[in-house]
Design a protein around this ligand. Structure first.
Ligand SMILES: C[S@@+](CC[C@H](N)C(=O)[O-])C[C@H]1O[C@@H](n2cnc3c(N)ncnc32)[C@H](O)[C@@H]1O
Length: 278
């Protein structure tokens, strides 16, 4: 991997493209075909369901005579199922911590071996490893954030499109709304999040891995929703690996010092920065 600071190549390559265009679109009445259905429970319902599931697992297994440690593990894992789908780190924490904390406060946890309290922490670390916390927190792309992108980016039929750091697959779903025939791929560092994304987006090819180590060479478009600090590195990688005429698209964060091909800004949404590789 090259170092992240090479502004001269970045500027000469990407600032020589067509002038910036920007379009604004209303969020309502989208015309794009919807090729999937999203079931999204309003917050805090997922947390309440997670805690209820944890408690019902605890109570039923205690009633059947299971040792307390076993009931605790099953209750925590059951609550953890809902935590994987959380849309932010705070919701993930609240959803995952609710059952163990309420059990501790209830006094029913007396006699539990201390080691079992490591389980919620281990689940949290697995769901969201430190590296991913540092690189980009788990914020999803809104469903209609990319509407109109197809009017600014000309992709070939069956284009290969990668969501680098695909999280739970919200970006992939937004991309699919825009390009229903694209061959969508995702790469995600966290194993549990990658598995959840696979369940949510069975039509996409999703793998666990480091998006910086994976090749972008075969992609027609790479989509990112990362952090401002990652953008120079992303542009360097795109320039080093991607074909001329392919695209780098970033939600919210632009590449400092680079002139975008266009900027899409749907009303009430984060801006979308569009760069063409020359
Ligand atoms: C802000 S979320 C965006 C998720 C998705 N792209 C979307 O737009 O809905 C960033 C995701 O990138 C993942 N991530 C961060 N660093 C990564 C890396 N080096 N390789 C793969 N995934 C990474 C995080 O785990 C997180 O799920």
């Amino acid at each position: 991997m090259r170092s992240s600071a090479r502004p001269s190549r970045l500027q000469s390559t990407l600032s020589s493209v067509r002038p910036t265009r920007s379009i604004r679109k209303e969020r309502s009445a989208p015309d794009a075909p919807r090729t999937h259905t999203r079931i999204s429970l309003p917050w805090p319902l997922p947390a309440l369901l997670a805690w209820s599931l944890g408690w019902s697992e605890w109570l039923s297994t205690q009633a059947s005579g299971l040792p307390a440690a076993g009931s605790f593990v099953l209750g925590t894992l059951a609550a953890g199922l809902f935590a994987v789908g959380a849309r932010s780190r705070w919701r993930l924490l609240i959803t995952l911590a609710g059952f163990p904390l309420s059990l501790a406060l209830s006094g029913l946890s007396q006699g539990l071996p201390a080691v079992v309290w490591l389980l919620p922490l281990a689940l949290l670390a697995a769901a969201y490893p430190l590296r991913a916390w540092r690189d980009a927190p788990l914020f999803p792309t809104e469903a209609d954030a990319l509407e109109g992108l197809e009017t600014l980016v000309a992709l070939p039929p069956m284009a290969r499109v990668l969501d680098a750091g695909c999280g739970l697959g919200h970006g992939l779903q937004a991309l699919q709304r825009v390009w229903p025939d694209a061959r969508l791929e995702g790469i995600e560092w966290s194993w549990p999040i990658r598995l959840a994304a696979g369940l949510r987006c069975p039509w996409a090819r999703i793998r666990q891995g480091d998006m910086w180590a994976a090749s972008w060479a075969e992609q027609d478009l790479v989509y990112l929703f990362q952090r401002p600090e990652s953008m120079n590195r992303a542009a360097e990688k795109a320039l080093a690996e991607m074909r001329p005429g392919s695209w780098l698209v970033s939600l919210e964060f632009d590449v400092p010092g680079m002139r975008p091909h266009a900027r899409l800004h749907n009303e009430g949404q984060r801006p979308v920065w569009i760069y063409v590789i020359r």
